[in-house]
Unconditional design. Structure first.
Length: 679
């Protein structure tokens, strides 16, 4: 009689003796009622499953099912000691993560139980569920031995070998092809490679200010419109749009620093009129994400693929960094503030007064302070409470024009003198308009000299007479979940002057962008010269150390901790939980931000699905790249080679630039003159 034991391998065939599956026994119940199996043949997509013990025994009595004497994976798992010693750390790391799970038999085999157990493991070890499932399957399929967790490099291959190309497109389908099935793409042949090399040599290497986009366009016109592949290929507009977005991930950088060198020309023309902080921030933006300013080294633990992650500038002008910072600030904000309803209050000024704040930027802080005083004073007078206020200054309008106004996140209620929370959900913004107008005109007069007052007096008078009901103040009621409200308003307050998605077209001399007209609520487009576009943008770079986000009332730095302690004591008695006292807030890393946004983990290798390991980093110190950290000898050698390569590259570029800019020698001058000599 056939007996079933753990690690027995059973082969299942149909009546025509065609192989159906090969399964390994993982567990047999003590009462021999149930048996758990897993497929170990080529179709290893399934997880462990239960079968009735008696049914398996009955099947083994038939000629179509048999127990194999030789394990089909024995040769694969027959690993030499040298390989084990080399990759022992990776094996032990995986074992440390799954060892508690595999001991929980039979619960780990039950679908309903397994999900909860793996969730606990993720929280404990901080790894992805995909990694845990992969290692569990590897352990079970490999015969429940620790060495089965070693890297399966024997399954890898093809490095340095050319694939056999047929009519079907090889490689993973692109996101574009999923959206537009007709845009599947074509295989790159040897003929294509020759064309690429010729185009790069002709249009990229030999050009003074090369751009890959221009090289690509010239290659299509010069080569592919004359030969087979692209002669009659109609590329839809959606592809062209995707192409430009892909090639120029930051179109703003191209507007400032492409071959036309608009920023350098702007600096020469306006010179000392440009604020030093503007030059500093724009040049930080130029070097953002450039490896020449430093990078981190990551190496895949599986296939040893190398990845260099450059440092970001984290500047106030950089749209890429601003978007990430805005999202992160909004996330932290929702956890840190009082969990009650908030209002989004907006304070604006008359159009005639905007230029005054542009000429006198020192007035921007009082503008925020006076708006906060107005709201705080109202709450103290009407409700006898101190509210919480987070104010954000926007100096830009929808057309990127200079339009300073204050956005506020205001608690609907506040803390009383007894340390209790009292709700108050009424803001008469119609009444506040006249008060706000008086406050603004008064503090402008108080902060300026007599000479300056005389110069701007017509503007102040006109602003008063043209706004009989006062300056515009708006405070709409928020609807929906509190967290969603706070996160949206938080992101809005911190957003940059213009996003890349609003820039529709750049032709080298003009920029077209879209905006929402607040008058009629319609989307419109505006085209301006590059110089005008730069002027509009750099106006919104704040002065050095100027804080565009400020906290008042309950949220002020001075009273925040005390207010939280008072509210924590109060909420225990009332059982109204509005303050998260024990929660420790931590900013997300760049990797955590990417994962939380729904994108793929950037530290998971696209080739083998293993993780990239941090091996070291290079930083810019005193104008030179220096190795800051290197965990292994191989990492140090790789970093030194990269530093040497980039240093040589920069030296070559400087020599070529000096050669172009130096005056001609007499021989070179004579040679050029001889071109025009007629004898």
């Amino acid at each position: 009689m056939n007996n079933i034991f753990v690690n027995s391998v059973i082969e299942w065939c149909d009546q025509e003796n065609n192989l159906l599956s090969i399964e390994r026994v993982l567990w047999v119940s003590p009462q021999t009622n149930d048996v758990v199996l897993i497929r170990i043949d080529e179709e290893q997509k399934s997880l462990p499953f239960f079968r009735d013990y008696a049914e398996v025994l009955d099947a083994l009595e038939t000629p179509y099912v048999k127990k194999l004497n030789k394990d089909p994976l024995r040769d694969l798992l027959n690993i030499c000691d040298e390989f084990i010693n080399k990759h022992r750390d990776k094996r032990d790391k995986a074992w440390m993560i799954i060892k508690d799970l595999v001991e929980l038999e039979p619960f780990i085999y039950v679908k309903e139980e397994r999900g909860e157990l793996i969730s606990d493991c993720i929280k404990k070890h901080g790894v992805r569920s995909k990694y845990i499932y992969k290692k569990l399957k590897q352990y079970w399929v490999g015969g429940k031995t620790k060495n089965s967790l070693l890297p399966l490099y024997k399954n890898s291959g093809g490095a340095g070998k050319n694939k056999r190309l047929g009519k079907k497109k090889v490689g993973r389908p692109s996101n574009l092809s999923r959206e537009y099935p007709s845009m599947i793409g074509v295989n790159v042949t040897d003929e294509d490679k020759k064309v690429f090399r010729a185009a790069i040599k002709a249009y990229y290497v030999k050009s003074d200010a090369p751009e890959l986009k221009d090289t690509y366009d010239k290659m299509i016109k010069s080569f592919y419109q004359k030969i087979r592949k692209y002669k009659n290929l109609a590329i839809p507009e959606c592809f062209l749009l995707w192409y430009f977005k892909y090639m120029e991930k930051n179109i703003l950088k191209r507007i400032f620093f492409d071959k036309h060198q608009h920023w350098e020309a702007f600096k020469k023309k306006h010179g000392e009129r440009i604020r030093p902080i503007v030059i500093k921030e724009v040049e930080k933006f130029r070097d953002c994400g450039d490896p020449k300013n430093g990078f981190k080294l990551y190496v895949c633990e599986g296939c040893h693929d190398v990845r260099h992650v450059p440092f970001r500038c984290k500047g106030r002008f950089c749209t890429t960094c601003s978007v990430g910072e805005s999202e992160e600030w909004g996330r932290v904000l929702t956890e840190d503030i009082v969990q009650v309803n908030h209002r989004h209050v907006i304070f604006t000024i008359d159009e005639k007064l905007r230029a005054i704040f542009l000429w006198h930027r020192e007035l921007l802080k009082p503008l925020m302070d006076e708006a906060a005083k107005l709201i705080t004073g109202y709450f103290r007078k009407k409700a006898k409470v101190k509210p919480g206020i987070i104010a954000g200054l926007h100096t830009f309008g929808s057309r990127v024009n200079f339009n300073p106004h204050v956005h506020m996140l205001v608690t609907m209620g506040g803390v009383t003198k007894k340390g209790e929370w009292k709700a108050y959900d009424y803001i008469p913004f119609t009444m506040l308009r006249k008060q706000w107008q008086t406050v603004v005109l008064k503090f402008i007069r108080n902060h300026l000299s007599n000479k300056e007052k005389k110069r701007i007096q017509p503007r102040l008078q006109q602003a008063f007479s043209n706004n009989g009901e006062g300056f515009y103040v708006y405070a709409p009621k928020q609807r929906g979940k509190v967290k969603d409200q706070l996160r949206y308003i938080g992101r809005y307050i911190r957003r940059p002057a213009i996003g890349n998605n609003r820039i529709e077209e750049y032709d080298g001399q003009h920029v077209t962008f879209k905006y929402m007209d607040k008058v009629d609520g319609k989307e419109k487009h505006e085209t301006v010269t590059v110089e005008e576009f730069i002027i509009r943008l750099i106006r919104h770079i704040p002065n050095e150390q100027f804080k565009t986000i400020r906290h008042y009332g309950v949220y002020s730095r001075r009273s925040k901790s005390l207010s939280k302690k008072l509210l924590a004591t109060w909420q225990q008695g009332t059982r109204k939980w509005i303050v998260k006292v024990k929660k420790t807030l931590r900013r997300q890393t760049w990797r955590e931000r990417i994962i939380s946004s729904g994108q793929k983990d950037p530290l998971v290798c696209s080739h083998c699905d293993n993780y990239y390991e941090y091996k070291g980093e290079v930083c810019l110190e005193n104008g030179k790249l220096e190795i800051k950290i290197a965990f292994t000898k191989e990492a140090r050698n790789d970093l030194e080679r990269l530093i040497h390569y980039r240093t040589d590259q920069q030296t070559t570029q400087k020599r070529e630039e000096e050669k172009r800019n130096r005056p001609l020698t007499s021989k070179e001058d004579l040679r050029q003159l001889s071109l025009f000599h007629v004898s």
